[in-house]
Write a protein that binds this ligand. Structure first.
Ligand code: PMP
Ligand code: GLN
Length: 378
């Protein structure tokens, strides 16, 4: 058969995690914690199963969980969504992004993305016959250039996808960025997808600028989120999407035939677990300690480092160490030095050679210490 994705290959996360296993390397590549989710939450899932919540959940998700999400967003960002019509529980943020794009994009549409871009955006855009229009974020700070965005908007532009806090750079969209996005998307009548999976991992006293804080932006925006990132259980693949009713209606038309609904006992458990806000509000401190600990071990290294402002990723610029392209450098690091990382060029659509690798610091101190020792030998 003729492939619908002739240029798409295995995801870099699968490639690097496999390479890490094959070479017995420390795996700082794929983004997941190497410590356990809270046993209290695990017990809540168990209880939900014992209590008999083992059949289909309602299509948009458990109502109590949707209410908890609405409550959280109102408390943190001041916007009140409707739990009946504006929230849907999904199989991770990936499925939320898929449904949002499926609901909106048609053949010939253009979608502005900021590269380096999370790997699922581009193939999903292509699947619906649309085309991505990349805006390259440039090191060391990776801030968006809104004049360039304005220049790249055409008659065919239907959507802009943003990701803040940004994977892989750890950059945050600030208030001015969100206002610029709001103005442009209103002016050109664009739909926005705001991928906010790292909303609770923000450092150095910065505030997360959720799209929900900007009223005219929120009116045209799907916001996607991931419980896996927040509660250390990426393998559960649970997340959600919020959007105004008109957009959410279209989203649900896809969602109901894509999966119909997602894991019921986990939804029940999350609904109860979310009742205690400290469970997500402490996450920034938790990860800032890890970032600071890890970077304190690298002060003498030859990597150039701009501390991440959010996410659990840190970019390391290796231009003082090697002139290799990042894919070769990352491969050599895994095979010869037993440390797996992510070469960031795979998230760029343009052929840029920025000499940056991404490490995930959602790891125990012991793992971070061993990784830093290896990095310090380079
Ligand atoms: N968006 C970004 C920016 C991510 O880093 C990830 C990876 N977790 C996702 C979406 C997908 O999240 P999930 O695992 O919940 O599908
Ligand atoms: N979001 C994770 C990362 O950026 C990976 C998720 C996946 O493996 N698809 O590392």
């Amino acid at each position: 058969i003729e492939s619908k994705f002739p240029n798409t290959s295995e995801s870099i996360f699968s490639i690097m995690s496999k390479m890490a296993n094959d070479h017995d390397a420390i795996n700082l590549s794929q983004g997941f914690p190497n410590f356990e989710s809270d046993p209290v939450l695990i017990e809540m899932v168990h209880k939900a199963m014992v209590d008999g919540h083992n059949q289909y959940a309602p299509m948009p998700g458990d109502l109590k969980l949707r209410q908890a999400i609405v409550h959280k967003i109102e408390h943190l960002y001041g916007k009140k969504y409707n739990e009946h019509t504006e929230v849907t529980i999904t199989a991770g943020a990936t499925q939320a992004i898929f449904c949002a794009l499926a609901a909106i994009l048609s053949k010939g549409d253009e979608v502005i993305i900021f590269t380096p871009a999370y790997d699922c955006y581009e193939p999903t855009i292509q699947l619906f016959g649309a085309r991505s229009v990349p805006i390259q974020l440039k090191p060391p700070f990776f801030q968006p250039d809104w004049e360039e965005v304005a220049e790249k908007i055409t008659e065919r532009t239907k959507m802009i996808i943003i990701n803040t806090p940004h994977n892989p750079s750890g950059m945050l969209f600030n208030e001015e960025d969100m206002i610029a996005l709001q103005e442009l998307s209103e002016k050109h009548d664009l739909v926005v997808v705001s991928d906010e999976v790292y909303e609770h991992i923000i450092f150095d006293g910065y505030a997360h600028q959720s799209a929900s804080k900007f009223p005219q932006l929120a009116e045209r925006c799907f916001i996607t989120a991931s419980f896996g990132k927040t509660f250390h259980n990426t393998g559960w693949k649970m997340g959600y999407c919020i959007a105004p009713e008109t957009l959410m209606n279209e989203f649900r038309k896809v969602h109901q035939y894509n999966v119909f609904c997602v894991n019921h006992p986990v939804q029940k458990a999350l609904a109860t677990y979310l009742e205690e806000p400290s469970r997500y509000l402490q996450l920034s401190d938790f990860y800032q300690q890890k970032r600071d600990y890890f970077l304190s071990l690298l002060t003498e290294s030859r990597f150039k480092i701009v501390p991440a402002k959010g996410t659990y990723f840190q970019l390391l610029d290796y231009s003082r160490i090697s002139s290799e392209r990042d894919i070769e450098f990352a491969e050599r690091l895994t095979k010869d030095h037993k440390l797996a990382t992510i070469p960031t060029s795979v998230f760029n659509t343009l052929d840029e050679d920025f000499k940056q690798i991404r490490v995930c610091f959602a790891k125990t101190e012991e793992t971070l210490k061993r990784a830093a020792e290896l990095l310090n030998t380079l």
